[in-house]
Design a protein around this ligand. Sequence first.
Ligand code: WT7
Length: 663
Amino acid sequence: MTDQNGTIESHPLQNAESTETFPPSPDFVGQANLSDPSVYWRAAEDPETYWAEQAEQLHWRKPFTEILDWTNPPFAKWFADGELNVAENCLDRHVAAGLGDRIAIHFEGEPGDSRSISYAELTHEVKRAANMLTSLGVAAGDRVAIYMPMIPETIIAMLAVARLGAAHSVVFGGFSAESLRARIDDAEAELVITADGGYRKGRVSALKPTVDDALALHGGGSTAQRVLVVQRTENDVVMEPGRDLWWHEEITAFDGEHTPQGFPAENPLFILYTSGTTGKPKGILHTSGGYLTQASTTHRNVFDLKPDTDVYWCTADIGWITGHSYVVYGPLANGATQVIYEGTPETPDWGRWWSIIQKYGVTIFYTAPTAIRACMKVGRQVPEQYDLSSIRLLGSVGEPINPEAWRWYHEVIGGGRAPIVDTWWQTETGALMISPLPGITALKPGSAQTPLPGISAAVLTEEGEPVKRGQGGLLVIQRPWPSMVRGIWGDPQRFIDTYWSKFGDQYFAGDGARLDEDGDIWLLGRVDDVMNVSGHRLSTAEIESALVEHHAVAESAVVGADDETTGQAVVAFVILKSQQTLLDPEDAEVELKKHVAAQIGAIARPRQVFIVNELPKTRSGKIMRRLLKDAAEGREVGDTTTLADTAVMQTISDRVRRERAAK
Ligand code: WT7
């Protein structure tokens, strides 16, 4: 949140920054994977050797001899002459080590069905799926789009694609047909794996019809030739002959024999689309060896994982990076036992998550501040009805966790004893970057605190000078890291411009941060036109262009306004075309909310749409979103002297105030 002068304000939810710290208990330190702070300086002295040692814990079909190649920044290569198979690392090697009977996944369906799948069973299913995909023509170098609910087959599909050396592009099930189609075609995926539907909020939420719509858009002509459909909800779906196949029918032809082949460490593993500052999402590219190294190392160290005794649960959907790194690749590479849950936390009631923790004896729980705040609102009497004594470590991700939510999480869910790791990272970083280490760090509620061993982060002024303690600035990562983004799919120039043009070969994360007197890092939110709604990234530009695509809309401006539960919420200001007949202003709010949800997906639905006659613009015609944000948050509107028409903001803020008062 930079103001006009480029200075950084503190995060609004980060109210009073407390000085209270929570040092690790002697019991926790005694059993921790890492408890000696020397790990930080040893890694800092020689980060490449540190990462090479971590990489050696994986199974390499051809060992690497090179560590980092940074001769062509910003295009890094890690362990480039080594070869490995990512799926083998997540599956076969655990079975070969005699751990085949260990449960990999406790699956909990929303309706209450459940399935526990061992490493041997998961390996068998992935091998069969890999054979099935081979028969459909999937090979190394290809892309496969995955549009699925949170069910085991989603993980099986991802690992089968990875096993063949192909790359997956998982598209979150909440995205619209239009968004799905754009992602399929951008990656030139030839196959889409989907399901008939999934269970959400007690109902069947269909997915296959959205795939049908996506492929029919723009007169057809998508790159995708085949659709493989997992049967989950048994709702009626139309199967197009020659294009659509049922997974459960196809798979019967394939056995579980499949020898994994090694692929170069820099072979693409996946593309994951994320919103940027323009209307077009960015296809973030991740590769294999470095990514798996950092995902597994951080999962082991930050969550203090004991694979033989812990039951780990990360609530993220697989459609986001957290699901990739901390549901699929990190935990499975580490041989963890984990819970995955299909549905929403309030189904059938707000006790659902806590009942799952009690049922499986979850010991490590990783979720987002927005979910914690939603649970806080419902009240502690709900979790208090369940036995949560198995919990020994808690994690938070997605946005800064406000100290009030931190304390509630610590006391009510963590019984006052479980440390909380506040983990800062991004789709682009691939894995955790800034976080406490629970056996070493004295925790500060609201701060992600310290770059992990082997990572060097700094807070800089606009001019690129390190800020002094007590000051704010822009967060950068100073040296390449193994799980870093390797590029934006199909757009190397955008990659350079977005992340590497501000501070040379230091990575600019797009976040503001402050260093406190101890040198700990406090994240302050995005400094660009990117919103963070419930821990998900949304672009103002993308929603604005969806709005102006509506036939009745002349112009729009979108801001992320502070929201008690979701962190930020989408607030749109819209000018309608003059012909009243196009859309009655009375119905406009409802209609335009629906329109945005249909265009992009339900996550992008605005909390409010204000119909206005004018937008605040500078003399050069630039919309001043900062002023609209002031109005949307009910603040005194800031400096309007650079506006072409200073009265405009008065009219708008009066409107917003009237509506707030009416509610
Ligand atoms: C943006 C990345 C990383 C997985 C989830 C979101 C914000 C994320 C934290 C945190 C403060 C955080 C940042 C970042 N963010 N974690 N612990 N404290 N802010 O992934 O969609 O790539 O978004 O989320 O603003 O840039 P993403």
